[in-house]
Design a protein around this ligand. Structure first.
Ligand SMILES: [Zn+2]
Ligand SMILES: [Zn+2]
Length: 474
């Protein structure tokens, strides 16, 4: 709390702070800054953060930065902990994009005639900017802009992976997971929040960052939490993946998992394992956890799974196996029973959480049956019972083919969205309560904890799946 706070005019801020970032930062088209016209709070502080820029393995380096002034609805948070999200591994570690199949030799341009790649456009331009990566985290509010109402200096907060403005079309319809500010994270929307020694402006990925001693975000991304939980436990339960897993199983569309129901969780990374816990908390009686990695299946059993399946062992029979485990003790239709028919019958899980996605690198543990994530996605859909619900959360690669009649009249309801449908302001405090009351087991998932200096080595464990996930502490 040693930040120096002083008020300056907007004109002087432009001179000393945001002006260097160029006019785009204050362009009238930016909704992010649209209401930031009032008095300015300037914080002068140096801090360390991992900054990513350019290409290759060396693109992410630990830098000393100077915080710029904040305005309007901006919030400065001193980071306590952040989860190292798998979806960020490519940009943090500078992994080459997973290659598409090579075209036939006759279609390849001759090396001598190769044209230099044009400068990246659209979201690709983010790679040329100095970005603090990360998906939010937890910490203490250090400074707030004059328009901020949701939090105060000194509050403990979750910087959520998804925003909730409360005012947009989606938020007003109860779909805060799809808040329209999600679409305001492109190169022209980001606001410079700090600078490097040479004056290079530094931005926060998705307006939140996380891989630094400070996060500079906007009010819409911040959720106050009132808890004495440790930084690691809180960082785990407030991570994008835990919020998505718990959101899918305890809050999506007012709770789709009924007490006594049968749940299948496809993919037991931190998201799926949070889903296993959410299913247990919601009262599911059968929880089938599916993952190729033995260590992850073992964790699943400790946090609530009643059965585990290895998709490499089950192969093409995986869907049948889930149907078999789901048919219950009674197949007499006049007595409330289910039969085993796949399309219109009753077999299958009442609720399926799909949480696999594409590999960003080949795992150093057991490799799954499909690195694109498409096969497990199709299997997840097919193992859902007619009348059941499936929530998908992953980032697969490619196109999905489904049995068309099952899709059109098979009775399965598919839910897609961000954060498993969680509504940050409503649900994150509830998830923290689950942690505080011992219902959510954070330690089982945070199997690697590192200080900020060792972030990169922990990210290697994440990308090669030799840990469930990793938490960076500051
Ligand atoms: Zn994430
Ligand atoms: Zn909104």
């Amino acid at each position: 709390m040693d930040a120096t706070r002083q008020r300056t005019s907007r004109r002087s801020l432009l001179k000393t702070g945001l002006a260097a970032a160029g006019a785009a930062a204050l362009a009238p088209s930016s909704d992010i800054l649209a209401q930031s016209q009032s008095a300015t709070v300037v914080t002068a502080k140096r801090f360390r953060a991992w900054v990513s820029r350019g290409t290759g393995r060396a693109r992410t380096t630990l830098q000393d930065l100077t915080l710029r002034g904040i305005i309007g609805r901006q919030v400065v948070v001193r980071t306590e902990a952040t989860n190292l999200c798998y979806s960020n591994t490519g940009v943090v570690l500078g992994l080459p994009p997973v290659a598409a199949p090579a075209p036939p030799a006759t279609q390849r341009p001759a090396q001598a005639n190769a044209v230099p790649a044009p400068p990246p456009t659209g979201f690709g331009r983010l790679n040329t900017m100095a970005l603090i990566q990360g998906h939010g985290g937890v910490g203490i509010v250090q400074a707030v802009g004059p328009d901020v109402r949701r939090v105060q200096v000194g509050d403990r907060v979750c910087v959520s992976g998804t925003p909730q403005c409360g005012s947009c079309y989606q938020c007003l319809r109860g779909r805060a997971d799809m808040c329209q500010f999600l679409g305001r994270q492109g190169p022209d929307d980001l606001v410079p929040v700090a600078e490097m020694r040479d004056g290079t402006p530094v931005f926060m990925n998705s307006h939140i960052g996380g891989l630094g001693e400070l996060m500079v975000t906007f009010e819409e991304w911040v959720v106050p939490v009132f808890t004495k939980a440790t930084a690691v436990d809180l960082g785990m339960v407030c991570s994008c993946v835990s919020v998505a897993g718990l959101g899918a199983t305890t809050s999506h569309a007012a709770g789709l998992v009924e007490p006594g129901s049968i749940v299948a969780v496809v993919g037991c990374g931190p998201l799926g394992l949070s889903g296993v816990q959410g299913a247990r908390i919601s009262g599911a009686s059968t929880i089938i956890a599916i993952d190729p990695v033995r260590a992850r299946r073992e964790v699943a059993m400790t946090v609530g799974a009643t059965h585990v399946l290895d998709p490499n062992v089950e192969g093409d029979r995986l869907v049948e196996k889930v149907r078999e485990l789901s048919k219950g003790p009674n197949t007499r239709l006049w007595a409330g029973g289910r039969d085993s028919g796949g399309l219109l019958g009753g077999a299958g899980a009442d609720f399926v959480l799909e949480a696999v996605g594409a590999d960003q690198a080949k795992p150093k543990v057991e490799v799954g049956p499909d690195p694109t994530g498409i096969l497990p996605l199709r299997q997840a859909y097919e193992m859902c019972a007619p009348g059941g619900h499936i929530v998908t959360t992953s980032l697969p690669r490619g196109n999905l083919t489904l049995p068309a009649v099952m899709f059109t009249i098979g009775g399965r309801t598919h839910h897609a969205g961000q954060a498993g449908g969680a509504n940050p302001m409503r649900d994150i405090p509830r998830f923290v309560e689950l942690l505080d009351k011992g219902q959510y087991h954070a330690k089982a998932l945070a199997t690697r904890v590192v200080p900020i200096e060792r972030m990169l080595e922990a990210y290697e464990d994440v990308v090669y799946r030799t840990t469930v996930t990793a938490i960076m502490t500051v």
